[in-house]
Design a protein around this ligand. Structure first.
Ligand code: DAU
Length: 345
């Protein structure tokens, strides 16, 4: 297939910007149009290397702004949509649980309305494994109920309901992906892996929530991007696909690998009372059989690529230091973890 025009919303963020670069390489006849609100987590530096690419175009704006969204569909002749736009951080959502509704729920509805009005050929909505809630044993299947337990995951579940309704009621050709915890280059340093790498690199303490035994299911960002691409090309309309299930690790194990790789001692670990409270999901795990059946297979070994990711951050301080120096970042860290964390904890 060729000559598609993809609208990638949230394309300046971590997974979105990796996806944009991945798609332009994968499909040399397609154009990619990014719409991103450039909130604190969206960073044009994530695609600075594309500024001369004639197949790439960037618009600053919010998905909840129907004038902007409809204008882009009209001017660019959008044929396909991939929606990454979201307030994506659990910790920020704990502080401001209402704020995320505008993008994660209302914005999704605006986007679906535009896809309906302009007759999009395919819309992929990028969701999360967190919509299922936590699971103590076994793995979630796509048919399991959505039982989110935190403001962020509840918002993502609300967004999914908008997608589902537009598919059923209006026939918008949607596919949903539910990815697990993702890691790799260009991840905003508020998430566990880059937060701990950048702190430990500076000999600052790393705050482990509770006992650090919470388990996450990890996937490299390029494997996640490939899953989304396969869902776009081969997914069945109206269906959801899990993307994950590769490796489960307790947070404390990941913390120790980061410290060891950086040559730091475990005295940098600081166990703190869990700021996510009772809503902190103990374990996520998804069954990816369904997406494997349409061609997805992960290619990136976790341990090798975690170390590669640590090295990427070590070698790209020019990318993350301005973020750490920004007042938004410092305000969030001080507000969430308490003023002590900025120096030592
Ligand atoms: O599962 C997919 C989800 O993964 C995505 O939908 C979310 O957008 C993404 O943020 C991520 O959610 P988590 O809350 O699992 O990711 P995070 O990196 O924030 O935290 C991972 C685990 O590490 C979690 O159990 C909380 C813990 N943690 C995190 C931070 C930032 C700590 O112990 N200390 C910390 O300072």
């Amino acid at each position: 297939m060729s000559n598609r025009v993809l609208l990638v919303t949230g394309g300046a963020g971590f997974i979105g910007s990796n996806f944009v670069r991945y798609w332009l390489d994968r499909c040399p006849n397609d154009r990619v149009v990014v719409l991103d609100a450039l909130t604190y987590a969206g960073n044009p530096a994530n695609f600075a290397m594309l500024s001369d690419n004639p197949r790439f175009r960037f618009y600053a704006g919010r998905i909840e702004d129907s004038t902007v969204v409809n204008g882009i569909f009209r001017v660019e002749g959008i044929t396909h949509v991939v929606n990454f736009a979201a307030e994506s951080h659990n910790d920020r959502s704990m502080l401001e649980p209402t704020r995320l509704i505008a993008t994660n729920v209302a914005g999704v509805s605006v986007l679906m309305e535009a896809a309906k009005a302009f007759g999009s050929e395919r819309v992929v909505h990028v969701s999360t494994d967190e919509v299922y809630g936590e699971i103590q044993t076994g793995k979630f299947k796509e048919t399991d109920p959505l039982l989110p337990r935190q403001p962020y995951s509840a918002g993502k579940a609300g967004g999914e309901m908008q997608v589902r309704a537009h598919n059923i009621a209006y026939g918008v050709p949607t596919v949903v992906t539910r990815g697990c915890n993702t890691f790799g280059p260009y991840q905003f340093p508020e998430k566990l892996i880059p937060f701990f790498i950048t702190r430990a690199f500076q000999d600052k303490k790393v705050p482990v929530y509770g006992d650090g035994q919470q388990i996450r299911d990890w996937i490299h960002v390029l494997d996640h991007c490939e899953g989304i691409a396969i869902a776009l090309e081969n997914g069945t309309i109206g269906e959801a696909y899990n993307i994950g299930g590769i490796v489960e690790r307790p947070n404390i194990d990941i913390t120790k690998i980061i410290l060891q790789t950086l040559g730091k001692g475990e005295e940098l670990i600081k166990y703190i009372p869990d700021p996510r409270g009772k809503g902190h999901d103990q374990r996520y795990a998804v069954d990816s059989t369904k997406i494997a059946a349409i061609g997805w297979a992960p290619k990136h070994d976790f341990d090798t690529h975690l170390i590669e990711t640590i090295h990427w951050y070590v070698n790209n301080r020019a990318w993350w230091q301005p973020i750490l120096d920004s007042s938004d970042y410092q305000t969030f860290v001080n507000r969430y973890y308490g003023p002590g964390l900025g120096s030592d904890l």
